[in-house]
Design a protein around this ligand. Structure first.
Ligand SMILES: [Zn+2]
Ligand SMILES: [Zn+2]
Length: 169
């Protein structure tokens, strides 16, 4: 198969995937009596297209380009609503703005401490981690996730470039 055919296939798969996501979005909204508006649909699409665990601010900046009259408050409230009806999760906070995660499959996170980007990863061993008994005795555990704090590839590259630059001086 040529490269071109291959990327064409990926494109089709992506379209089917997006279509599925939209269908479950409509279904979820209907189940919870949330009216489906072009703005809400666009916010949902923006959320699922981004793999950056976006904040309300980020979504607002993007969505403004298509709906110049939309307010930040609308975007913020919509994202909170999405969380309430199970269309997204809020990401564990590290100060700063609240971030949202459209990936509802069980997964873990790598937080880059420099650029604040959050990367998803899967690991069966981590999925199977047991909750220590002293915790399950005292808390009703709703979910668990491993968070790794790290410096991402891009930031590492940036730092090493800076160092190289400094040596020349
Ligand atoms: Zn980074
Ligand atoms: Zn995630």
């Amino acid at each position: 198969m040529t490269n071109k055919n291959y990327s064409y296939l990926i494109e089709i798969r992506k379209m089917a995937d997006n279509e599925n996501k939209l269908q479950s979005f409509y279904k979820r909204c209907r189940e919870h009596g949330l009216r489906i508006t072009p703005q809400r649909t666009a916010i949902y699409e923006m959320l699922t297209e981004s793999d950056k665990h976006p904040s309300a601010e980020y979504i607002y900046e993007q969505i403004k380009k298509r709906f110049p009259n939309i307010s930040f408050d609308t975007v913020n409230r919509t994202l909170i609503k999405f969380t309430e009806i199970g269309l997204a999760n809020q990401v564990e906070g590290y100060g700063g703005a609240r971030r949202y995660d459209p990936n509802l499959d069980h997964h873990h996170h790598i937080h880059c401490v420099k650029c604040r980007e959050i990367f998803d990863f899967e690991n069966e061993n981590y999925d199977d981690l047991e909750i220590p008994p002293e915790i399950s005795k005292n808390y009703k555990v709703l979910n668990k996730r491993v968070v790794i704090n790290a410096v991402c590839k891009r930031c590492r590259r940036r730092t090493s470039l800076k160092k190289k630059g400094r040596k020349k001086e």
